[in-house]
Design a protein around this ligand. Structure first.
Ligand code: PLP
Length: 285
């Protein structure tokens, strides 16, 4: 079956899903994106993703071309048209295509809205059992990482370096501390059982999965500290893991070739993964 995408009001075969070369997403990375997971044909934690979308577009003064309610309807229709059971819905909104390449915002130009789906069995992904290796790279990004901008070149380079090293993620380092993964939030569990993840701010993207995991952990009386940590601290930790819509909770078993604890996913990571999956299934729409 041919994959169906959504482009500016129409559902079209992927081969026909096109935007102008003058689109500001293409020319300037003047756009915002979101990725929501799909389990059993339903969207996971989507209200959180759409709230972050609204915040991100607000921060760059980009008006959404559709209401949030309509965007969710389109996401659902796309899932259904693609018969998607497990995977992700990607959506991107840009400041549209002007008649030329002026940096300043164009007037009277309709933003571009595109969406497509991809298939992924997140729950049964082999790396969920084995854990992943991470490498560390300098954080080369701009200083508004709280905005989910499509300007992802630093993450492309970071994740390519990870792939070339046979690792599953790159942790980005700034001022000696981990900011976050190339496309994930970073956590450690210290030897005294404190979950540590960096506090939200302009240095990191406020991860939706991070937010849910922190809340679920708090509800279970786990101790949490939202602060930056070093790679040395992570290597001395009991456990380390990442969170994102496309992996949920994923153990990190080595950093730059050095084992974290036993080099196997830890019990707290496995438990938080189970708890997150329960939450995801119970709240899916
Ligand atoms: N941090 C960065 C830089 C990301 O790109 C992502 C997801 O793409 C995340 C964190 C995790 O966010 P979420 O849990 O909302 O998928």
């Amino acid at each position: 079956m041919e994959q169906i995408a959504y482009v500016n009001g129409s559902f079209v075969p992927m081969a026909d899903a096109k935007v102008s070369i003058l689109d500001r997403g293409f020319l300037f990375a003047d756009g915002i994106y979101e990725v929501a997971a799909v389990l059993d044909g339903k969207l996971i934690d989507n209200a959180s993703h759409l709230a972050r979308l609204e915040r991100s577009v607000g921060e760059i003064e980009l008006a959404l071309p559709e209401t949030i309610e309509r965007i969710q309807e389109i996401q659902k229709e796309l899932v259904s048209r693609n018969n998607l059971v497990n995977g992700m819905v990607y959506l991107e909104v840009t400041r549209g295509a002007d008649t030329g390449r002026d940096f300043a915002f164009p007037k009277g130009v309709k933003p571009t809205l595109v969406m497509f789906t991809s298939v992924k069995d997140i729950i049964n992904a082999p790396s969920a059992k084995t854990g992943i290796a991470v490498i560390t790279v300098p954080d080369l990004r701009w200083t508004r990482r709280d905005i989910k901008s499509v300007a992802l070149l630093a993450q492309v380079l970071a994740k390519q370096a990870a792939a070339a090293a046979g690792a599953g993620e790159a942790w980005m380092i700034e001022d000696g501390k981990v900011t976050e993964g190339g496309s994930s939030s970073a956590f450690i569990l210290t030897q005294d059982d404190v979950l540590v993840t960096r506090q939200n701010g302009s240095e990191i993207l406020p991860g939706c999965t991070r937010k849910a995991v922190v809340k679920l952990a708090e509800e279970r009386q786990l101790r949490i500290e939202e602060r930056a940590f070093t790679v040395e601290e992570a290597l001395a930790a009991k456990e380390a893991f990442i969170t994102s819509a496309s992996v949920f909770v994923q153990a990190v078993v080595s950093i730059d070739g050095k084992k974290v604890a036993t080099g196997k996913p830890g019990p707290m990571t496995d438990r938080l993964r189970e708890i997150y999956v329960e939450f995801a299934k119970a709240t899916a729409v």
